[in-house]
Design a protein around this ligand. Structure first.
Ligand code: C5P
Length: 221
């Protein structure tokens, strides 16, 4: 059991982008390879957690030992997470599209005439919803991708979304984070800020899983 310190715990991880249809052939998406989210799901599963990975479309292979639920839109992602509840641990690593087209056209929009106006409406915030709902998981972790003032925005996000930890990362073009193998993150919590060195996404996932193990080992339920 020492090898499986999260045995008996349930985890839900979101990963990848969402796609929000404009019409049957066009969509709005976010930039996300799914590498970090998939690595987190794999690391939690290796630590013994029963792990559900709710993922938008990615080119990543299915992590071993993880139950995968494939979704496209933010609303599907939220519904899949709610269906996977209850959980002890939630890690939201998906790059969810913040606004979706208000009314997806049922048939392909044609190019004759002026460009169609795109009216957008706000998508549900999955992290905030799971953090404030009934049966709130004991430990909820979000990511915050920023191009500037990374830690300050993460601290604000922690409060606004009522989660426990935020892994804040720099996604400015110079960082090479998007699609790359590496990530430089700061673990932001009510206890303060921990700066982690530049690591591979797999190493970030391993370190996060180790912190989750510590969290539950030190008397948190
Ligand atoms: O507000 P922002 O998108 O920067 O917050 C990022 C964090 O919130 C990530 O953990 C992301 O997975 C999560 N998120 C979410 N649902 C949204 C938007 C963001 O779960 N609609």
């Amino acid at each position: 059991l020492a090898d499986l310190p999260l045995a008996g715990r349930r985890a839900i991880v979101t990963s990848g982008p969402t796609r929000e249809p404009i019409d049957p052939v066009r969509y709005i998406a976010n930039r996300s390879s799914g590498k970090q989210g998939h690595a987190v799901a794999a690391a939690l599963a290796r630590a013994g957690a029963e792990t559900v990975l709710v993922s938008g479309p990615t080119g990543e292979p299915d992590p071993p030992g993880v139950a995968i639920v494939r979704v496209e839109t933010a609303r599907e992602m939220l519904a899949a997470c709610e269906q996977a509840m209850p959980a002890d641990i939630v890690v939201c690593a998906a790059a969810v599209v913040d606004w979706r087209p208000a009314d997806a056209a049922p048939a392909k929009l044609k190019k004759n005439g002026p460009a169609p106006p795109l009216l957008l409406v706000e998508n549900p915030d999955i992290l905030a919803t799971l953090s404030s709902g009934p049966g709130r998981p004991a430990l909820i972790v979000g990511f915050a991708a920023e191009t500037n003032d990374v830690v300050a925005y993460a601290q604000a996000k922690l409060k606004k979304k009522n989660c426990d930890w935020i892994l804040a990362n720099d996604v400015s073009p110079a960082s090479g984070t998007f699609g790359g193998e590496h990530n430089t993150v700061h673990l932001v919590s009510a206890d303060g800020v921990e700066d982690w060195p530049r690591l591979t996404k797999r190493e970030v996932a391993e370190r996060l899983a180790a912190r989750v193990v510590d969290h539950f080992a030190t008397g948190n339920r």
